[in-house]
Write a protein that binds this ligand. Sequence first.
Ligand SMILES: [Mg+2]
Length: 428
Amino acid sequence: MGAAAGTALAQHEGGILGSSKRAGSAPVKITDLKCAIIGKNPVVRIVTDQGISGYGQAESAKPYLKPMVEFYKPYLIGTDPTDVGRQMLRLRRLGAFKPWGAALSAIEIALWDVAGQAADLPVHKLLGGKIRDKVLAYGNSENNTPIFSPPSPQVCGELAAKMKEAKEGYKLVKMPVAFHNGPMMKATPNEWFGQQWTGRNSLYMERGQLTQHGFDYIMQCVEAMKKNLGDDIDLALDCGPGWTPKDAIRFARAVEPYHLAWLEDLITGDGEPYTNAQAFKLVTESTSTPIHTGEEVYLREGFKDLIEMQAIDVVGPDPEDVGGIAELKWIAEYADLHHIQVAPHGIFDGLFGVAAQVHLGAVCPQNYIGFEYAKGQPEWWYEIVEGLPDPIVKDGYIDVWDKPGLGVSFNIKAAKARLTDDDRTFFD
Ligand SMILES: [Mg+2]
């Protein structure tokens, strides 16, 4: 290649990379992998030898995650973070269903953040380029109210009314019913033939056949929600797990007149490290109400049977548990081949999780419905993160931004003030 051609090629590469900080320079190398628990959210920081740091976040429900993130440090030091696929190919087999895939998922998102900054491109361009300019954020009453499981039809109605008034202007909201987190099913006696567990949280999974009283009670809760939401805001229900397939079919058919967006985790799901595609398929084939699951599932392999058997209508992986945003995009594409929709889980994913979801939502195919919006909790999270739009959600949607990487970062001075003594050197 002559000197002139070489110059032209360099200029061309410069064009591809935009105002790249590293065009023509040595590959980026990872020098450190750190994890801090900020509030309750584990935050991963990938440190590089070229002054770029990438961040990823895990669910606020996992404040114990720090040693799990640090486990992967020897595998990443000295490697090129911009080869995201190569690094994840080595590491993905070391994870598992929720919560054990969370550390790897946060690492994957942080790698994309580095890769985007190194290329001076938004992550959505590295994932294939956006096909939409705004992404639907759906609301969850557990996040907004927050009551995990309404104890009466009246409270259900009141929560739905609050969701309707939320400043985000949600077009779609998800409400908990039945076995989801328990209290609703314990509010009145004799709702199902099964053990009522007491004690710490919901570590014991409640499941069993509903009595007629129990079934009617759940229907009253749904009617109260739908009445207060009206027809302009769509409703999804987080239902379980724990239903028998026949109860699930009865319920899915009974709510058909309400045109629900989906019924989530009826058979298996939340808190369970397995799926049952055969049982889901029985339900899905018996109703016009869409059937959804997937927030616990790790990697595309975990969705293989659910998708190939047409066992569900909507997949709902969480990018902070499934193995990251590129993994979720692959699942969305494969689901689309089978005319299955995608609505990613994300209620506890934090503000970096919202950013990751926006980049992912921008590139998902036309089977994309929207993602479960997360709030910064505690409220001071909004003071330590910079780069999000203000307001974040307008009329139910978030405008996709084009800043490099995830396009959000820490106000380091403000964030340092929120670090505990254990994590004092996180930003050093
Ligand atoms: Mg759920």
